[in-house]
Each structure stands twice: as structure tokens, then as C-alpha cells.
Design a protein around this ligand. Structure first.
Ligand code: FPP
Length: 252
């Protein structure tokens, strides 16, 4: 249906199994800087190209029937970068939403931010809030932009909220279970990522979806994010479809 990506031993084209599309794909959009360096361009050009790729990969995921796409755009540790780079990234996120929001909305995409938006520049925070307000009732793919997101920070915030609820007798420490904890995460109500993709050759989780990745399948690629295209995405999904997911159990 979407063209062959690989051939089997009999030289027959293998296609994606449309009944086994991951419900939730999460991507660490890495390698923008190296992409730019390779082209003797400033890092900002890599981030710009990376932002443009968000549109393509969102479209492809939506077309394939992925229900949740979570993109790691700015971590709680990325504030360590120069002010100039941080400002460029914040500006790019605002520009991306201003440019794309009409089409995203038309395509029924729900745009939300995962992360502590209170620390973001006013314009960025406002743009993200408006994007969510406008798209929250849409029925298509959920595009989660992880901005000022850190897995540890997310869990810490959940712990604080749970402790507060326990102190106010709204929650019982003895009966608290995994499902209760999940209600306090940014991803409350969403399925865990089935597939986490990290382009650029790095093999780290980098504080991304630490709670949610318990049984995620991983895919690494040497391609830098700005060059990571629909064929690379399909290749990752094809490999995912061949995995034996046991979630700690045993398949008979
Ligand atoms: C990691 O590559 C990338 C980031 C920290 C930023 C990701 C941001 C974007 C793709 C653009 C804006 C996002 C949206 C949602 C429009 P790196 O800079 O660490 O690359 P390097 O490791 O090669 O230096």
C-alpha cells in the first residue's frame, strides 16, 4: 500500500502491516547541529530544517493512522545552551505553530505541549496554549510537543501533587497504584509510546518519557533529524512490526 521498503528472502516486497501501526510514536529530534555542521551552516539552520521536518513527519504519521506523536523539542536540560540558541529554538516553535496551525486544525490534529510551560517565554507559552484551545476537540492525531520537558521533572511534579493530595486526605497512600500515578503525568490518559525513535546515531534516552518508556520498543538511526524522512519512518515501523512484545510475560 505504501510501497515496498525491504525485500524478503524470496525477493518479495515487504509492506507495512496497516493493522499493526504503533498507536504512539515518540521521537527524539536529534542531530540538527550536526546536520548544519555537515553543511557548514550555523546551528540555527539545522534547527530550522528540523522544525520543517516536523510538518512532514506529522503528516506521514497521521496518514499511517498513528494516534499519538510525541516530539522532544526542548528538554529541561536544554536551558544550558547559549541564550542565542535557546531564543532561536523558542522563536522557531512559535513560528512553526503560527505557520502550521490552520492546516493542522483542518487536518483534525490536536496540538498540545508536554512540559512545564510556565517557564517558557510569554509568546511561546501563549502560542502553545492557543494552539491547544483551538485544536483540543479535534479527532485526528495527537501531536505532543515536549517543550521544557524532562522525565525526572515530570515524575517529581507528580510526586509533589500526590503528596499534597495525601496530606489533604484526597488520596490514600496504601491504595495508590500505578494507574493513579499516571493521572499526574503530562501524558495522563494517553497510551505509553509503543515505539521511540532517535535519529543521529545517539543511543540514549536523555530524560525522555522515563516513566512511559517501560516497555517501549526502540529504533536508532544514523540519519540526522532534518533528513529523517517518511521512508526512514516506515523503515522504523516495519522493524517494530517484527518485534515480539512480551511486556515481561512469555508468549505461548
Ligand atoms: C537536538 O539536536 C535538537 C533540539 C535540542 C531541538 C529540537 C527542535 C527542533 C527540531 C525545532 C523546533 C521544534 C518544533 C516543534 C517546531 P541538537 O541541536 O542537539 O543536535 P546536535 O546533537 O547534532 O548538536
Amino acid at each position: 500500500m505504501f510501497g515496498f521498503l525491504k525485500k524478503d528472502n524470496n525477493n518479495k516486497a515487504i509492506e507495512l502491516d496497516m493493522d499493526k501501526i504503533p498507536e504512539h510514536i515518540a521521537i527524539i529530534m536529534d542531530g540538527n547541529g550536526r546536520w548544519a555542521q555537515g553543511k557548514k551552516l550555523p546551528r540555527s539552520a539545522g534547527h530550522k530544517a528540523g522544525a520543517e521536518n516536523v510538518r512532514e513527519i506529522t503528516k506521514e504519521c497521521s496518514k499511517l493512522g498513528v494516534k499519538y506523536l510525541t516530539l522532544y523539542a526542548f528538554s529541561t536540560e536544554n536551558w544550558k545552551r547559549s541564550n542565542e540558541e535557546v531564543n532561536i529554538l523558542m522563536k522557531l516553535m512559535v513560528e512553526f505553530l503560527n505557520k502550521e496551525i490552520d492546516e493542522l486544525h483542518e487536518n483534525q490534529v490536536v496540538v498540545r505541549c508536554l512540559g512545564d510551560i510556565t517557564k517558557l517565554p510569554e509568546e511561546c507559552r501563549k502560542t502553545l496554549e492557543e494552539a491547544y484551545e483551538r485544536t483540543k476537540d479535534n479527532t485526528g492525531i495527537n501531536l505532543n510537543l515536549a517543550i521544557n520537558y524532562g522525565g525526572r521533572d515530570e515524575i517529581l511534579k507528580a510526586v509533589r501533587l500526590i503528596a499534597k493530595d495525601v496530606l489533604e486526605s484526597k488520596s490514600n497512600i496504601e491504595t495508590l497504584d500505578i494507574g493513579d500515578v499516571e493521572k499526574y503525568l503530562y501524558t495522563a490518559g494517553m497510551p505509553d509510546p509503543d515505539l521511540i525513535i532517535r535519529p543521529s546515531g545517539e543511543k540514549r534516552i536523555s530524560n525522555f518519557l522515563l516513566w512511559q518508556c517501560a516497555y517501549s520498543e526502540f529504533w536508532y538511526s544514523n540519519i540526522n533529524w532534518p533528513d529523517f524522512n517518511r521512508n526512514n519512518l516506515q523503515e522504523a515501523i516495519l522493524d517494530y512490526q517484527d518485534r515480539d512484545r512480551r511486556f515481561g510475560g512469555i508468549n505461548k
